[in-house]
Design a protein around this ligand. Structure first.
Ligand code: B12
Length: 262
């Protein structure tokens, strides 16, 4: 259901032959380096607070600084939006990204592939773990209506999808993985404080390791607004999905990974 451009962007590096190698932010003119920053200072709105914002932007290496917004959050806090010109550039040859490499398939392509190559429904189990009550992220992946014009797992005829929703203990999720003979487990974590989301996500992996009866090919995926694929790999997950993820991106990964493991 997504466009060709979107599909290409998911798994393939930019190939535009006119793309410059050395790039800088674009504001008004190519390569002018203009960026926009927003931040809060612990000081009430005043001419001094505005100047403090300018000095901070200077220390960050910006020039031609313009404070576009100074708003009071309360008596002792001000919120700023600041424009400025940065001096740095990026050589695209130096950019290396750890990313999901499999091609992005459509809803129909995924179902056809499971039917043809696997011949049974893939069992996928998802939950938002720990004390985290944010169900909307995992629901976006599972609910039939899905997310951003992309249908969710419960609509896939070749997925047996179980969404346990939010505030699920890691022990309970691991038990479900065993009871349902899951092929893939999808763990969501949205809220955090002092990286508590990482602690919880690692705790789940530990729980899986110590639970008998987990299928050896279990595909372990995590997701949430603060999660990157590279980080997820470093914790021991097979993939990580961040903001804006569409269900078909995750489904494509599951099918390709399952076929690789078989
Ligand atoms: C709605 C909401 C709530 C609702 C949740 C209702 C529900 N049923 O889910 C309620 C009111 C309950 C709530 C409560 C709280 N919230 Co709240 N909440 C939000 C809000 C406004 C939207 C979250 C959302 O639904 N996003 C939409 C979904 C679709 O996006 P998503 O979660 O990122 O999911 C996408 C991807 O990340 C990815 N994804 C997510 N999970 C997974 C999993 C897998 C396996 C995969 C593949 C992909 C994937 O796919 C999804 C689709 O693309 C955000 C702010 C914001 N604008 O994001 C704050 C926010 C998340 N909440 C926040 C906070 C602080 C809280 C509270 C602690 C507030 C309080 N003091 O009580 C409580 C915590 C309660 C708890 N025990 O968890 C903070 C978190 C900050 C932080 N440090 O982590 C935020 C960011 C607000 C803020 N700016 O301060 N919240």
């Amino acid at each position: 259901m997504c466009s060709t451009i979107e599909r290409a962007m998911t798994s393939i590096a930019p190939t535009n032959k006119y793309m410059p190698k050395i790039i800088r932010p674009y504001g008004d003119q190519t390569n002018d380096g203009v960026v926009q920053l927003s931040f809060t200072l612990p000081i009430g709105v005043s001419p001094e607070a505005r100047q403090a914002a300018v000095e901070l932007a200077k220390k960050m290496g910006l020039d031609k600084i313009l404070v576009a917004t100074m708003e009071s959050i309360d008596e002792n806090f001000s919120f700023f939006v600041v424009y400025g010109r940065c001096q740095h550039d990026i050589n695209m040859d130096d950019i290396k990204v750890v990313k999901i490499e499999n091609p992005l398939l459509s809803f129909d392509e995924i179902n056809d592939l499971i039917k043809a190559k696997i011949g049974r429904k893939l069992v996928v189990v998802g939950a938002c773990i720990g004390s985290d009550a944010h169900t909307v992220g995992i629901d976006a992946i599972f609910n039939p209506k899905g997310f951003n014009h992309d249908w969710g797992f419960e609509r896939y005829p070749w997925f047996e999808a179980h969404n346990l929703r939010a505030q699920v203990r890691v022990e309970e999720l691991a038990k479900k993985v065993v009871d349902l003979k899951a092929d893939a487990v999808l763990v969501s974590r949205v809220v955090t404080q002092r990286d508590e989301h990482i602690v919880e996500l690692k705790k789940f992996l530990e729980q899986v390791k110590n639970t008998e009866g987990v299928q050896s090919h279990l595909i372990k995926i995590c997701g949430g607004p603060r999660i990157t694929h590279a980080e997820a790999l470093s914790w021991g997950y097979d993939a990580g999905f961040g903001p804006g993820t569409r269900p078909s991106q995750v489904a494509s990964f599951i099918v390709h990974e399952y076929l690789k493991r078989m």
